[in-house]
Design a protein around this ligand. Structure first.
Ligand SMILES: Cc1cc2nc3c(=O)[nH]c(=O)nc-3n(C[C@H](O)[C@H](O)[C@H](O)COP(=O)(O)OP(=O)(O)OC[C@H]3O[C@@H](n4cnc5c(N)ncnc54)[C@H](O)[C@@H]3O)c2cc1C
Ligand code: SF4
Length: 281
């Protein structure tokens, strides 16, 4: 299945105006972690927080809604959130943990839960794993280089970055700039070329922008836990939802992009195998 195993797919956005203002898309990640914290489903969450360098995320353990909100927005580079899970449990004493992860990190977390070498104490404490879609990612130096050199903007001027409609967008206080995505090719990390997961198939639920209109997200609920927490949040009024069948561009585009990623990267895997190079599959 091109979108992995799932229970339901809807288009949704957070109703909280403060979250809408800072979120990348529909504020599903921020809204759901904040809801789960308030309902004591989790006691804290590992998120990609700000660091001293503009747009370079640093994993952080958020214990309040304000800290979760401070980490909203997509940073198009790595945030090693998985490393912080151990610290969240060992040093912060969190028994019920939430987190957000790109597909490869989601795989790492599930593997760690299935084969808990040295992390047995952590495996059963992850109560909410929110996956975010990911087509590719950039090392920080690459991101900085193409934004400053190709787009002529310094990192501290950037207020939002976004990928959509075949372009990489940068918003500053005064203008919105874009370059065709093909100009960012070669800057992505090479490991992404053998990645077969677009929609975080192993999350409790997954979310991304593709399929839904601006300001909304496409939400895929997958596990009993993920489905139930999301439904509780909708019932409590934290999210408004629309049937995905009634929104444009809808599921067709999501399925198409996921299939394209799998096919293209499978070819790279096959080629690497032919050449005798190691691939982790
Ligand atoms: C590298 C990358 C590539 C992506 N590619 C796509 C794509 O092709 N198509 C698509 O539909 N969506 C993609 N997304 C997801 C999308 O940009 C949004 O993150 C997602 O829709 C969640 O939006 P939101 O409004 O619910 O999140 P918000 O409420 O704004 O919260 C975002 C959450 O993501 C966390 N986060 C931010 N950056 C990272 C990071 N680098 N690693 C881990 N966690 C992070 C933050 O801590 C925060 O908790 C990508 C995200 C990343 C990080
Ligand atoms: S494309 Fe795959 S390997 Fe690369 S960052 Fe995204 S999920 Fe990870």
């Amino acid at each position: 299945m091109v979108l992995g195993t799932y229970k339901e797919i809807v288009s949704a956005r957070a109703t909280d105006k403060q979250i809408q203002k800072v979120a990348q898309d529909g504020g599903i990640v921020t809204g759901l972690l904040a809801f789960a914290l308030e309902e004591k489903i989790i006691e804290g969450a590992v998120v990609a927080g700000p660091s001293e360098k503009f747009w370079k995320p640093e994993p952080m353990v958020a214990m309040s809604a304000d800290e979760i909100i401070a980490a909203a927005g997509t940073k198009y580079t790595f945030s090693p959130n998985v490393m912080m899970l151990k610290k969240a449990v060992r040093q912060y004493g969190i028994e019920k943990l939430g987190t957000v992860a790109i597909p490869c990190q989601t795989m790492g977390i599930r593997k760690m839960q299935s084969y808990p070498f040295g992390v047995r104490f952590l495996a059963d404490k992850i109560k909410l794993l929110i996956g975010i879609y990911c087509m590719e990612n950039f090392p920080y130096a690459s991101l900085e280089t193409f934004i400053s050199e190709k787009m002529g903007v310094s990192m501290e001027m950037v207020e939002k970055m976004d990928i959509g409609k075949g372009k990489f967008w940068v918003h500053t206080q005064d203008e919105v700039l874009s370059i065709p995505l093909k100009e960012t090719h070669g800057y992505e990390q090479s490991g992404c070329n053998i990645c077969l997961d677009y929609v975080a198939e192993l999350g409790d639920l997954s979310t991304g922008s593709v399929g839904s209109p601006d300001g909304w997200s496409t939400v895929i609920t997958r596990t009993d836990g993920g489905d139930s927490i999301f439904k509780q949040a909708v019932e409590a009024g934290a999210f408004e939802t629309k049937d995905i069948a009634n929104v444009k561009p809808g599921l067709d585009l999501l399925q198409k992009l996921s299939a394209q990623k799998k096919e293209k990267n499978q070819k790279t895997i096959d080629k690497r195998k032919e050449m005798g190079l190691p691939v982790p599959f």
